[in-house]
Design a protein around this ligand. Structure first.
Ligand SMILES: NC(=O)c1ccc[n+]([C@@H]2O[C@H](COP(=O)([O-])OP(=O)(O)OC[C@H]3O[C@@H](n4cnc5c(N)ncnc54)[C@H](OP(=O)(O)O)[C@@H]3O)[C@@H](O)[C@H]2O)c1
Length: 245
């Protein structure tokens, strides 16, 4: 079915996974403040609706940011397919995909004794989640004039700096970095800029107390969203500066 309102919105349409709290929620807030139509997605429809309502109410100077909730569980094929179909129906394209949803900073584990079920579970969200979501949304990104795909990774996934500890998290983010390189290469001809970003150590539920403010972590993500068309692709950045793979 052809899109019925393709010129439906002239604004940039951005989708963020895992945006019910933490860095993802703040990325949505910052994107909406830039004037994007920001799709705040979550695996709990109620949590997504609540977070979207809060961000709409919280606009500065009486502004009503365009934040819309959407159900999207990155581990669930059906949920991802339904979300992609809804975006196709509503907008006919997607300009920005931020693969942010993540789990399992497993500080209590070591590679030599790891519970492989936990490793597999982390990969399901941190690797297959972004991969599944990218596959579903690439056709909509290709329909954008300025498409961007951002994988929220971590320096913990850098092979150059790889040490011991947090094996589920580190292995899943290293694999996510590999996926970033492959997607960047395969989507270069379509003009999709694909990059991985590390938000730094951020004081969220995952990061715990002591990390930097969530606004700074989100700003590190926005760097890769707001790149110009001749910006880098296939890179790994924190705060706009390259990180070693
Ligand atoms: N915080 C740090 O210091 C730090 C450092 C490096 C990298 N990162 C990365 O930054 C990203 C965001 O982290 P954060 O600190 O904001 O984590 P967080 O506070 O724990 O929030 C994680 C978000 O991911 C969502 N999520 C989990 N599983 C999901 C699924 N299957 N489908 C959809 N959403 C799902 C959660 O939803 P629910 O509310 O439903 O659980 C929540 O909204 C992650 O990729 C993380 O690895 C964080």
């Amino acid at each position: 079915m052809p899109p019925t309102s393709a010129a439906r919105t002239a604004t940039t349409v951005s989708l963020v996974t895992g945006a019910t709290r933490g860095i993802g929620r703040e990325v949505v807030r910052q994107l909406a403040a830039l004037g994007h139509t920001a799709l705040l997605t979550g695996r709990s429809p109620d949590a997504a609706r609540r977070a979207a309502d809060e961000l709409r109410e919280g606009g500065r100077d009486g502004a009503r940011p365009d934040v819309r909730p959407l159900w999207l569980d990155v581990t669930d094929d059906r949920s991802v397919a339904i979300a992609a179909a809804q975006v196709a129906d509503e907008f006919g394209r997607l300009d920005v995909l931020v693969n942010n949803a993540g789990i399992a900073y497993d500080t209590g584990q070591h590679a030599v004794t790891a519970d492989l079920r936990a490793v597999r579970e982390a990969a399901e969200t941190n690797l297959y989640g972004p991969w599944r979501t990218a596959i579903a949304f690439v056709p909509l990104l290709r329909a954008s004039a300025h498409p961007r795909l951002v994988n929220v990774s971590s320096e913990a996934g850098s092979l150059a700096n790889m040490g011991g500890g947090t094996p589920a998290f580190a292995a899943s983010k290293a694999a996510l970095n590999a996926l970033t390189r492959m997607l960047a290469a395969e989507l270069r001809a379509d003009g999709v800029l694909v990059n991985a970003v590390c938000p730094g150590w951020v004081a969220t539920d995952m990061g715990g107390p002591g990390g930097r403010p969530v606004a700074e972590g989100a700003a590190s993500v926005l760097y890769a969203v707001t790149l110009p068309d001749d910006g880098p692709t296939g890179g790994f950045f924190r705060d706009g500066r390259p990180l070693p793979w």
